[in-house]
Design a protein around this ligand. Structure first.
Ligand code: ATP
Ligand code: MG
Length: 651
C-alpha cells in the first residue's frame, strides 16, 4: 500500500467511553500502566513473568538478535505446572477450571484438582507409550475436555503438541503430521456437529496411512460403537484404557524458557499453512498477563471464549491464558445454531457467563438471524465482550454492544495473529474510549507503527503497512523446518521490524484501524481501496448480511471492484437490488469504490476458522485454477459460485 488516503474514507465517528460502573471495578483504571510500559517495556513484561512459577529464575529478560529473540534466558518453567499445580495449594483447588458443554447437552465440570489428576494420568500414559521430552504429539480432537487435558499432559512432560482443528480433512491432517514428524496422534472416534457425527477416526486412519512417523494412536471414545472395528492392533489404543491404572501424579519437567511448547499451523487464508513455533516462558507470560488485563479477569468470573482450541485463539485464550490465571473457563463442543439459533445465549444464561469472546463472523451470523434469539435469554451476567479474527464492521460492533452487551459492556476488539502468540493491539476496557471498528491501542509493552513502502511512518489518517517495532514475549520463534521462510515472510520487507501482512491506519488519537490483509487491497485507477471498507459499507445496507470485496484485473482501471453478497433472511435478490448496492457503496465511500459487479450468493467461501477466502474469489473472478483449498470449510460453496460466475459472464 502507498500513502493514499484510504483513511478518510472510513466515516466512523462514534465513541464509547468505558461505562462508569465498569471502570470503577476494573483492574486497570488509568493510563499509568501505558506510561510505565513505555518507559520500560522489558521491565513491564518482566513483572508479568514474576507472577508465574519458575523452577529457576531467568538470568536475562531479553536477548534480541533480529530476527531471533529469546525471552527469560536461563529460566526454567513448565506451562502445565503454571496452569494447574500452582493453584492447588490455594482455594482454587476445588474451583471449576473447565465447564464443558457437549453439543447434545451433556455437561462436565473439572476442578483444578480433577484437571491435575487427569493430566498426570495421561502424561504417565504418554511416557509409557514411549513419548519423550522433545517428541512431537499431534492432537486431532473435537472440543472435548480431553483436548486441553492432552495439551497440558504434553506440556507437562516436555513433548511439544501440534493441535490440528477437528474440522480439517484427512489431507490437511496428513500434511501437518508429516511436517511436524509427530510420533503419536491423539484423536477420537468422532465428534458432534449440528447433530451429526464428524468421523475423526476415519480421517485419522486415512492420514496416518501416509505418516510413517506415527507409532501410536490414542483414541478418545466420544461417540461409541463407531470405531471399534477400526482399531489397529499394536498401533491404536483407547484413551480410557491407557490412562487406567496410571498414577495420578506426574512431576512437571523443568523446561528451558526457550524450549518448544507447541507448533500451530496458520489457518491458510493466504496460502500454504506454516508451522508456527512457540516456546514456553515468553509465550506463557504473554498470554497470562494479556488475559488478566484485557479481559479484566476476576477470581469469581465465568469466562467463555467460543473459539475452537484448534486455532491459536483457543490455545491462548481458552487453555493457557485463563488456566494460568486460575480462571473458570467455559468450553462448548458444537455449533451456535444447534439445536436452535439461540444456543450461545442459552449457554450464557445457564452458566451466568461474565466475559464473552467471539469472532466478527459469528456476530454477523447473529445479526442475520435477528434479535429475537438473544432476547429469549437473560444476558445480564455479561460484563465484558471481545472479538477477534477479522476487522469488525462498525455495524456489527454496535449490534453486539446493544443486543448482547445491553449497552453496559465494553467491547475489546483484539488484533493479533497465530504468529504473535497473544493479543497485541486492544483496548484495556477500564480506561480506553472505544471507537467501533478500531482495535485502538497497542497493549502496554508493545510498539506498532504504520509505514509506507519505504518503511517511513505515514501521517495520521493515512493507510500503510502495520509493523511491530520491538520484540514481544509471545512472538513466534520461527517456522518449523523453514528458517528461510521465516526471515522472508516477516523480516525482509522492513529489516529489523516484524511485518504483519496487514494494512492499517492510525488516526489522530493514535488509534489503530486494521484494514485487512495487504493482499486484499484493491487498486482502482491508482487509488487504493480496502476490502474491509467496501464490505463495511455493504453490510451497512439493511438488506445485506455479509459481503466480500475483491479486485479483478481490468484493462483500464488496473483493478475493478467485484463484490459477493449474501442477503439477510427474507430478502429477495434482484438486478434492482444490485444497482442499489452499487449506488450505496458509491455514496458511502466515493464513486471510485463503486463495484463493477454485484454477485449474490447464498454463502461465501470461508476457512474453517470462519475467515473469508478472498484469494479464491479472485481466482474465480479471473477464471484461474483454484489455489490451495484444503482449509476451506465447505467446498460446495466454491463449486456453486464457479458455476454461477460462469453463467453471469456469459450473459
Ligand atoms: P494465514 O496466515 O495462514 O493466511 P490467517 O492470517 O487467517 O491465516 P490467523 O493467524 O488466525 O491466520 O489470523 C491472523 C489475522 O487475522 C491477522 O493478520 C488479521 O488479518 C486478522 N485479524 C485478527 N484479529 C483481528 C482484529 N481484531 N481486527 C482485524 N483483523 C484481525
Ligand atoms: Mg496470517
Amino acid at each position: 500500500m502507498d500513502t493514499a488516503t484510504i483513511a478518510s474514507l472510513l466515516q466512523e465517528g462514534r465513541t464509547f467511553p468505558p461505562p462508569e460502573e465498569f471502570r470503577r471495578q476494573a483492574h486497570i483504571q488509568d493510563m499509568r500502566l501505558y506510561e510505565e510500559a513505555r518507559r520500560d517495556p522489558v521491565g513491564f513484561w518482566e513483572r508479568g513473568a514474576a507472577e508465574l512459577h519458575w523452577f529457576r529464575r531467568w538470568d536475562k529478560v531479553l536477548e534480541w538478535n533480529p530476527p531471533y529473540a529469546q525471552w527469560f534466558v536461563g529460566g526454567k518453567i513448565n506451562a502445565s505446572y503454571n496452569c494447574i499445580d500452582r493453584h492447588l495449594s490455594t482455594f482454587r483447588k476445588n474451583k471449576a477450571a473447565i465447564i464443558w458443554e457437549g453439543e447434545p447437552g451433556e455437561q462436565r465440570v473439572l476442578t483444578y484438582q480433577d484437571l491435575y489428576r487427569e493430566v498426570c494420568q495421561l502424561a504417565n500414559a504418554l511416557k509409557a507409550l514411549g513419548v519423550k521430552r522433545g517428541d512431537r504429539v499431534t492432537i486431532y480432537l473435537p472440543m472435548v475436555p480431553e483436548l486441553p487435558i492432552a495439551m497440558l499432559a504434553c506440556a507437562r512432560i516436555g513433548a511439544p503438541h501440534s493441535v490440528v482443528f477437528g474440522g480439517f480433512s484427512a489431507d490437511a491432517l496428513r500434511d501437518r503430521i508429516q511436517d511436524a514428524q509427530a510420533k503419536v496422534l491423539i484423536t477420537a472416534d468422532g465428534g458432534y456437529r449440528r447433530g451429526g457425527v464428524v468421523p475423526l477416526k476415519r480421517n485419522a486412519d486415512e492420514a496416518v496411512a501416509q505418516c510413517p512417523s506415527i507409532e501410536k494412536v490414542i483414541v478418545v471414545r466420544r461417540i461409541g460403537g463407531i470405531a471399534e472395528q477400526t482399531m489397529q492392533k499394536g498401533r491404536d489404543v483407547w484413551w480410557h484404557e491407557v490412562v487406567q491404572g496410571q498414577p495420578g501424579v506426574c512431576p512437571a519437567e523443568p523446561m528451558d524458557s526457550e524450549d518448544l511448547l507447541f507448533l500451530l499451523y496458520t489457518s491458510g487464508t493466504t496460502g500454504k499453512p506454516k508451522g508456527i513455533i512457540h516456546t514456553t516462558g515468553g509465550y506463557l507470560t504473554h498470554v497470562y498477563i494479556t488475559t488478566k488485563y484485557i479481559f479484566d479477569l476476576k477470581e469469581e468470573d465465568t469466562y467463555w471464549c467460543t473459539a475452537d482450541i484448534g486455532w491459536v485463539t483457543g490455545h491462548s485464550y481458552i487453555v493457557y491464558g485463563p488456566l494460568a490465571n486460575g480462571a473458570t473457563s467455559v468450553m462448548y463442543e458444537g455449533a451456535p445454531d444447534y439445536p436452535d439459533k439461540d444456543r450461545f445465549w442459552a449457554i450464557v444464561e445457564k452458566y451466568r457467563v461474565n466475559i464473552l469472546y467471539t469472532a466478527p463472523t459469528a456476530i454477523r451470523s447473529f445479526m442475520r438471524w435477528g434479535e429475537e434469539y438473544p432476547q429469549r435469554h437473560d444476558l445480564s451476567s455479561l460484563r465484558l465482550l471481545g472479538t477477534v479474527g477479522e476487522p469488525i464492521n462498525p455495524e456489527a460492533w454496535v449490534w453486539y454492544w446493544k443486543h448482547i452487551g445491553g449497552g453496559r459492556c465494553p467491547i475489546v476488539d483484539t488484533w493479533w495473529q497465530t504468529e504473535t502468540g497473544g493479543i497485541l493491539i486492544t483496548p484495556l476496557p477500564g480506561v480506553v474510549t472505544l471507537k467501533p471498528g478500531s482495535a485502538t491501542l497497542p497493549f502496554p509493552g508493545v510498539e506498532a507503527e504504520v509505514v509506507d513502502e519505504r518503511g517511513n511512518p505515514v501521517p495520521p489518517g493515512q493507510g500503510g503497512y502495520l509493523v511491530l517495532t520491538r520484540p514481544w514475549p509471545g512472538m513466534l520463534r520461527g517456522i518449523y523446518g523453514d528458517p528461510q521462510r521465516y526471515t522472508q515472510t516477516y523480516w525482509s520487507r522492513f529489516p529489523g521490524r516484524y511485518f504483519t501482512g496487514d494494512g492499517a491506519k492510525k488516526d489522530a488519537d493514535g488509534y489503530f484501524w486494521l484494514l485487512g490483509r495487504v493482499d486484499d487491497v484493491i487498486k482502482v485507477s491508482a487509488h487504493r481501496l480496502s476490502t474491509m471498507e467496501i464490505e463495511s459499507a455493504l453490510v451497512d445496507h439493511p438488506c445485506v448480511a455479509e459481503a466480500a470485496a475483491i479486485g479483478k484485473n481490468h484493462e483500464v482501471k488496473g483493478e475493478a471492484v467485484v463484490v459477493f453478497v449474501t442477503v439477510k433472511e427474507g430478502v429477495k435478490t434482484s438486478p434492482q437490488l444490485a444497482q442499489e448496492l452499487q449506488a450505496h457503496v458509491a455514496r458511502k465511500i466515493g464513486a471510485i469504490a463503486r463495484p463493477d459487479q454485484v454477485i449474490f450468493t447464498s454463502a461465501l467461501p470461508k476457512t474453517r476458522s470462519g475467515k473469508i477466502m478472498r484469494r479464491l474469489l479472485r481466482d474465480i473472478a479471473e477464471g484461474r485454477a483454484l489455489g490451495d483449498i484444503t482449509t476451506l470449510e465447505s467446498p460446495g460453496v466454491i463449486e456453486a459460485l464457479k458455476e454461477q460466475y460462469g453463467e453471469e459472464r456469459e450473459m
